[in-house]
Design a protein around this ligand. Structure first.
Ligand SMILES: [Fe+2]
Length: 286
């Protein structure tokens, strides 16, 4: 059985979140939900996630899973809000432990913070299978952008996080701590080995004025037309292109707030003595 897919665009971070479900009144997964965050004010709010909640309620869906493709560096995760409102288990790749270990050092996190993935309800491994009502899901470990990236194949639809973008936009950067361009190339090879007509859903799109935001393509379109890996680009070509290009990219605007929240599965840091949580800005660390 193939899923029905509803996309939600967070305009601020140009992130696509998804509700993936078997049928009205059936079961769903929510993928990569966004918590709105006004960095200047240090204020979080849930307008984007509430759109997903309203949709899920309107369709009368039971949420089985809240799936993260990776620890995002450009937006805070609304996974805890989605779970509180709708239920479901928050899952990510098992290699999140490695990402937690890298960033607990960057942020000098409290000694109680252990890089064991325990903030998440479930850690997936390569090849794991899971169910969403009548839908079958399979996990592909697709590292390179980060060590922990997963792609989720659900029926004929694959949700690729930050590996491939739309064909005219190429691929994700590989210069964050733990990222690696050759590794991403091999991960993309795994995705491009899926059947040509597999529907592919991306996590971001950053279009210029020539077109609107887009989120859906196919494996076949990527294999032929992706500007970074299409038409048989070699690993050496890809690594050279990616390395050169990444050297020109600044850090994402919200990387520091995002990572320290997202490696805790969207949980805020433990409150201080006044009952409030604080985010850290490590100076000259990235
Ligand atoms: Fe990312």
């Amino acid at each position: 059985m193939n899923p029905t897919v509803k996309a939600f665009l967070d305009k601020d971070s140009e992130t696509f979140s998804y509700a993936v479900y078997d049928h009205d009144g059936g079961h769903a997964a929510v993928i990569d939900p966004v918590l709105d965050y006004d960095h200047a004010a240090g204020r979080t709010y849930t307008a984007s996630a509430e759109e997903i909640v309203a949709f899920v309620r309107e369709k009368d869906l039971t949420v089985d899973w809240v799936l993260e493709t990776h620890a995002h560096a450009d937006h805070l995760s609304a996974a805890p809000f989605i779970r509180e409102q709708l239920g479901g288990r928050i899952a990510i790749g098992e290699h999140i432990r490695q990402v937690q270990d890298i960033f607990r050092k960057v942020f000098n996190l409290e000694k109680e913070f252990l890089p064991n993935g325990a903030d998440f309800d479930y850690l997936f491994r390569e090849g794991d299978t899971f169910r969403i009502g009548e839908l079958d899901g399979r996990v592909l470990h697709t590292p390179g952008h980060t060590p922990a990236d997963l792609s989720y194949l659900i029926g004929d639809a694959v949700f690729v996080g930050d590996t491939l973008f739309m064909p005219d936009a190429g691929t994700a950067r590989c210069d964050f701590p733990g990222g690696d361009a050759a590794t991403l190339y091999r991960s993309i090879g795994k995705l491009l080995a899926l059947p040509d007509n597999t529907r592919m859903f991306v996590c971001h799109d950053y279009p210029d004025d020539r077109r609107d935001h887009a989120f859906e393509t196919t494996v076949g379109a990527q294999r032929e037309h992706n500007i970074h890996v299409g038409a048989g680009a070699t690993q050496a070509d890809f690594v050279a292109m990616r390395t050169k290009r990444d050297a020109t990219l600044g850090m994402p605007r919200l990387i520091l707030p995002s990572i320290q929240v997202n490696i805790r599965a969207g949980r805020m840091p433990p409150p201080e003595s006044d009952g409030r949580s604080y985010l850290k800005i490590p100076l000259n660390a990235l």
